[in-house]
Design a protein around this ligand. Structure first.
Ligand code: FES
Ligand code: FE
Length: 413
């Protein structure tokens, strides 16, 4: 791919165990490559079914020039379409989200059903057939209520990710949840640095007092006790061993799934720290209406990480999900959504500020750290640096990126 000649050269310099060459993080060409090639050929996390709860609810997922409408049909199905009218191409939906019985183009009012079929177009020739002009679909998978999209005509396999994640999150019943809070945070760092920062807790001890009050840092970057790298001190091993029996009794225990083979998901149930039953400042539930099968507060949370743009935490009373999209070489949108049971009442069963407090503080701290990372990488003094023993998940992410980038370049040749 002549246009991305330098990307191939930079990838050739990538060393196992080390961070990427500078211009793969911060260069304009890498941004164009990521948004026009690499990220279009993988599955991306967009939102949950709770973001489009009722028929006619729609939600936009946007990546560089591409805008995708995710919409709930009258049949309850969730579908995705490019946000471009089949008449002369205007953008159909402008706001970030909305609700409508049909999708009507603001330009000349061509009108589409929630299933993408063209229903009305004024003043067309007699031989015009509306059936020839439906909205252009985008591949979509609903994984236990988490919505993933892929802009490729030939999306990569997703079946194992779907089976593994569904098996563990079905019990939280996201169809019966609502979005209580959504934060859109613009981080001043390249998207890959925001992801790398998410994939380790090497930085947690000195930076995340709110998070560490309710969450141990072991499972996040260091791995679980059975696969903790030699030399890494693990303080939650005993807690996990003790709780595993209880999780088995509750029927919620599954072994750790950690980016198996060429797959792109990690799933871990981890004990909360200090007797917490939710990811909150005081460790107490944020919403008194518990999710799924829970009749009592539970002292664990289930976490899911997917490559290349999401992570999620499922507590007994709420769910918090994170989707990340690049906005420019040095800006990234981190969208965080907190979900509670649909019948939980704001001000009665939950306080939105309390619900969001831990991750809002943590996101702010991580935004600062990622910006600091970016600001140092743009200096001429940057050289790729070695990952620590506690950063193996960072390297998994980097390898996912580099492998998919190489594949994309090879296929384009
Ligand atoms: Fe949409 Fe004309 S561009 S109706
Ligand atoms: Fe962090």
């Amino acid at each position: 791919m002549a246009r991305f000649e330098n990307i191939a050269k930079l990838l050739a310099k990538d060393r196992p165990g080390y961070t990427l060459p500078r211009d793969l993080y911060v260069g304009e060409e890498a941004y164009a490559f990521d948004t026009q090639v690499m990220l279009k050929r993988v599955w991306l996390y967009a939102c949950t079914v709770a973001h489009i709860k009722k028929p006619g609810d729609w939600f936009l997922f946007e990546l560089a020039n591409n805008s995708i409408i995710i919409v709930r049909g009258r049949d309850g199905q969730v579908r995705a379409f490019y946000n471009s009218c089949r008449h002369r191409g205007a953008k159909l939906c402008e706001a970030q989200k909305g609700r409508a019985p049909r999708l009507m183009c603001p330009y000349h009012q061509w009108t589409y059903g929630l299933d993408g079929r063209l229903l009305a177009a004024r003043g067309m020739a007699d031989d015009f057939d509306k059936a020839d002009f439906p909205l252009t679909p985008v591949a979509l998978e609903n994984i236990g209520g988490l919505i993933f999209i892929c802009m490729s005509d030939d999306p990569p396999p997703i079946d194992r990710v779907k089976a593994d994640i569904e098996a563990q999150i079905a019990m939280y019943d996201l169809e019966k949840c609502k979005v209580a809070v959504q934060d859109d945070l613009i981080e001043h760092a390249n998207w890959k640095l925001v992801m790398e920062n998410n994939r380790e807790c090497y930085h947690c001890d000195n930076n995340h007092p709110e998070l560490l009050a309710c969450l141990g840092n072991s499972g996040f970057g260091k791995g679980l006790p059975e696969d903790v790298a030699p030399g890494v001190i693990d303080d939650t091993a005993e807690a996990i061993a003790a709780q595993r029996e209880e999780w088995k009794r509750l029927g919620i225990y599954h072994d750790l799934i950690e980016f198996p083979g060429n797959w792109w998901h990690r799933i871990a149930r981890l004990p909360l720290a200090n007797g917490a039953v939710s990811q909150t400042l005081d460790g107490k539930v944020a919403s008194t209406k518990l999710l799924g099968p829970f009749t009592e507060p539970d002292t664990s949370s289930l976490s899911i990480w997917t490559q290349p743009n999401s992570w999620h935490h499922f507590c007994c009373d709420h769910v918090v999900t994170f989707s990340l999209t690049p906005l420019s070489p040095d800006r990234t949108l981190l969208r965080t959504s907190w979900l509670v049971r649909e019948d939980a009442e704001e001000g009665v069963d939950y306080d939105p500020a309390n619900l969001a407090a831990v991750w809002r503080a943590t996101n702010g701290q991580d935004g600062y750290l990622s910006a600091l990372n970016h600001a140092g990488i743009v200096t001429d003094g940057y050289r790729p640096g070695p990952y620590s023993l506690e950063e193996k998940l960072v390297e998994y992410f980097k390898n996912f990126y580099a492998d998919n980038a190489r594949k994309a370049l090879a296929e384009a040749e």
